[in-house]
Design a protein around this ligand. Structure first.
Ligand SMILES: CC(C)=CCC/C(C)=C(\C)COP(=O)(O)OP(=O)(O)O
Ligand code: MG
Length: 435
């Protein structure tokens, strides 16, 4: 059974002049409108663009959605995100920013944010959607891909992937769209757990295993003689079954360039796993910047970058590829991944072997205490978050194209939802007693 949800902690009151991720982008969009007005009405400083696809482009999702669409058009989704949460009890979520200068004296209670961590609180994800996604993902895991043996059920439930994905994709038009992200998230974690980490994983032989699993995302094209052996191999273990099936659903809903973007991000991820494994094999502790470079690849990046497919629209490939967009994506991915290093710190200390994460590497490489290294890691995270938001706001101002703006908001929503899930997943994570 999943661990009981902790009661929601008191949120810090909004600080004067503070901004939520969506608000920063809304401000940037307003600035962009001013820029356009100054340029003479509708003239856009952005490069010429291919006509955007309809907002509901991926219509061939494989299951019929029983739930009402909440964001049937880009415009409606946009308005909802820009206006932020509404309703009783959500006033404190507007323009909220939690960044405390002084550390509290009490150790943080379960489910509270890392003290001093810059983040944006989000409302609890829609329970109706969470329940439906949770139900469907379990059916997929058990009946379609035979993902785990019975005794891993508690861990599967405790991971709360439905709550995670609903929190990260508030503009998904339907549960079918949410399922695209949820299957991939489960598959990605199956590969990490079974090939790299706690469920039989090992650095030894990892390169071969990862490459063969990668062919479930990026198919092998070979001769008639060898093709069937490869096709069979995709059913031979849980990680490959999960990758193959999740990708099949994704490819049906995504455009060709969205699918290729995802493959590229997964190749990056696998490269990051390999560097981590190579260092583990030789007991090497990298320098801090080297660790950060590895963690830019061994990173959540493949999750926020599908925000447009999950949202039912497309960020065109040429705009995705711009250096400014790549910088925004990398900074967002890095901030979300250092969040993981902070919340999973005690879990990783308790795990076998010498598990690298940012506080561990800083303590070792910079010769400071575990506590100082943890607090310094919080600062690294905060700097990454501030840089992400500044870069996103600059890009939103420079490129007032609706799908760019929506994509940037989608990435910001993913960052906030990811923090929410880490903070509240007390089944999996607990904070160290450093305060
Ligand atoms: C979902 C996804 C693309 C994951 C890729 C990399 C990954 C597993 C993380 C960024 C999470 O880090 P970590 O392996 O440290 O996970 P836990 O701390 O065990 O939750
Ligand atoms: Mg971790």
């Amino acid at each position: 059974m999943p661990a009981p949800e902790p009661s929601p902690p008191q949120q810090s009151p909004p600080a004067a002049g503070s901004h939520s991720g969506a608000y920063v982008l809304a401000e940037a969009a307003a600035r962009a409108r001013d820029i356009r007005a100054a340029f003479g009405g509708g003239r856009s400083p952005a490069p010429s663009l291919p006509a955007p696809p309809p907002a509901d482009a991926p219509t061939d999702v494989p299951a019929t959605d029983a739930l009402p669409a909440e964001a049937p058009t880009a415009g409606a989704g946009l308005g909802r995100i820009l206006s932020g949460p509404s309703g009783l009890g959500t006033v404190g979520l507007h323009l909220a920013r939690c960044e405390s200068a002084s550390a509290p004296v009490e150790p943080p209670a379960a489910g509270t944010p890392v003290p001093g961590l810059y983040h944006h609180p989000v409302p609890e994800p829609d329970p109706v959607r969470v329940e439906e996604v949770s139900r469907r993902i379990k059916t997929w895991a058990l009946d379609e891909v035979d993902l785990y043996p019975e005794d891993w059920e508690d861990q599967f439930d405790g991971f709360s992937v439905g709550r995670y994905m609903v929190a990260c994709h508030p503009d998904a038009p339907t549960v079918d769209h949410l399922m695209l992200a949820t299957r991939l998230m489960v598959a990605e974690n199956a590969v990490d757990d079974c090939y790299c980490e706690d469920h039989g994983g090992s650095p030894i032989g990892l390169g071969g295993r990862l490459l063969l699993a990668h062919t479930a995302l990026d198919p092998l094209y070979t001769t008639k003689e060898y093709q069937p052996r490869w096709a069979e191999s995709l059913h031979s273990d849980a990680p490959r079954r999960a990758y193959r099936s999740a990708m099949e659903y994704f490819v049906r809903a995504a455009s060709a360039s969205q699918a290729d973007r995802y493959r590229h991000d997964m190749a990056r991820l696998h490269l990051g796993y390999l560097a981590e494994a190579a260092w583990a094999q030789t007991d090497h502790v990298p320098e801090v910047w080297e660790y950060l470079a590895m963690r830019q690849f061994n990173n959540f990046r493949p999750c926020p970058t599908i925000t447009d497919t999950v949202g039912g629209y497309e960020l065109p490939a040429d705009l995705h590829a711009t250096p400014a967009m790549q910088r925004v994506i990398a900074l967002a991915g890095n901030a979300t991944t250092i969040v993981n290093d902070l919340y999973s710190y005690t879990k990783e200390l308790a795990s076998p072997g010498h598990h690298l994460n940012l506080p561990v590497v800083i303590a070792e490489r910079e010769g400071i205490s575990d506590r100082e290294a943890y607090l310094k890691s919080v600062e690294v995270h905060n700097d990454l978050m501030h840089d992400f938001e500044a870069a996103a706001a600059d890009l939103a101002a420079a490129c007032p194209v609706p799908n760019v703006q929506r994509f940037l908001r989608g990435v910001a929503a993913w960052v906030d939802g990811n923090h929410h899930w880490h903070r509240t997943n007390t089944y999996r994570y607990s904070l160290p007693d450093f305060w």
